[in-house]
Write a protein that binds this ligand. Structure first.
Ligand code: GN1
Ligand code: MG
Length: 346
């Protein structure tokens, strides 16, 4: 049983209350209460994170750097076991780790106000800025090619070619639509070739639920650091665009609810800028709008690739779930591109 791992972290067995927590697609998360103390327990998805020790190492490096250079930053380090390990392996189950639950903090699942979007963007910008003096290449790559759009595009082409034929035939119009956006991949290749685009300490999963807010709804810090590794700022800003602009998420099946809220776009740009304006190069500053296209497009092709590959990566709750997610993201991309002239002008 999951809770059997807790004594290794020094939590007494007879006092544990444990319940599923959060909405991530990859790791399993539980909230644990024991003698009025609260914790977050996670089982790391070993199929996705083939080397969880790299995550633990990155988090140690970052914790040490922040402790030395920015001791005021609230960094939530994992609790180590009695033997001094961040990860506990249970055979047949996988790797577990435990975090303290931060008192008086909360997270949000949807962005309701521009202030929330601003606060979240500020926190992600702050995280990258505070770590901008660190040698980013010290960090391990926890998922190789995670946001390599050229590779994701190739995987999409491969899935169209070799994946489930019935599924492919049934979604040909969407495949054509996504192929027609190839220019987004070409722009990514140009960015990678430009020295003005810096590899920075990048979070790579900037959904609002990865920000902790305090009682006054001010951002406190960012969480879920598994995919923190060298990357481009377009990943972080782009995933905020992807998940903050629309009032509904990638799970929404009524596409008439999907829209691009301009006030959220502005809040993301301003919140991120408030921390990063002196750090970003001018070439990077010119790519905020592109960032949104980049991440929405990548997520659309990741979902359709998984659909064509019979749902081997993302958890699905019904047949065709990944197809609906891909259509949802393609719809969002079209809504964003419609507003390109207006939003880029800002
Ligand atoms: C996955 O598990 P979760 O929800 O934090 C995925 C992200 C996707 C997201 C889409 C390691 O994140 O890249 O954007 O699903 N993480 C991984 O919901 O693949
Ligand atoms: Mg995540």
């Amino acid at each position: 049983m999951t809770k059997d791992v807790l004594p290794a972290f020094g939590i007494k067995e007879d006092s544990i209350n444990i319940e599923l927590f959060g909405s991530g697609l990859i790791n399993h998360t539980w909230k644990v209460t024991s003698f009025n103390k609260e914790y977050i327990l996670q089982k790391v998805n070993h199929r996705v994170f083939a080397e969880p020790h790299k995550i633990a190492r990155n988090q140690r490096l970052i914790a040490n750097y922040l402790r030395k250079h920015h001791p005021d930053y609230m960094f939530i380090a994992p609790i180590t076991s009695a033997a001094g390990h961040e990860l506990i392996y249970r055979s047949g189950e996988g790797y577990f780790r435990l975090f303290p639950f931060v008192a008086d903090s909360h997270s949000k699942d949807v962005v309701e106000t521009p202030r929330q979007a601003y606060e979240a963007a500020r926190q992600f910008g702050r995280f990258t800025r505070l770590l901008s003096g660190m040698d980013v290449m010290q960090l391990e790559t926890t998922i190789p090619d995670f946001h390599n759009l050229a590779l994701r595009y190739q995987q999409f082409l491969d899935a169209v070619e070799n994946g489930n034929r019935n599924r492919r035939d049934a979604c040909q119009p969407l495949i054509e639509e996504l192929l027609s956006h190839r220019v987004i991949v070409e722009q990514y290749e140009a960015i990678k070739a430009t020295p003005d685009f810096k590899l920075r300490v990048t979070h790579h999963d900037t959904k609002i639920s990865n920000v902790l807010f305090d009682k006054n709804n001010n951002g406190m810090c960012v969480i879920d650091l598994d995919t923190v590794m060298p990357g481009y700022f377009i990943s972080d800003v782009g995933d905020m665009m992807r998940t903050y602009l629309s009032p509904v998420s990638e799970e929404e099946t009524d596409f008439s609810k999907i829209q691009v809220r301009e006030e959220m776009y502005n809040a993301v740009v301003e919140g991120y800028y408030s921390e990063m304006k002196d750090v970003l190069t001018s070439a990077e500053k010119g790519c905020f709008f592109y960032a949104g296209k980049f991440m929405i497009y990548m997520q659309a092709i990741r979902f359709i690739t998984d659909h064509l590959n019979n749902d081997v990566y993302y958890g699905v709750h019904y047949k065709g779930h990944n197809l609906v997610r891909a259509e949802n993201q393609a719809f969002l991309l079209a809504r964003l591109i419609e507003k390109q002239a207006r939003l880029e002008k800002r």
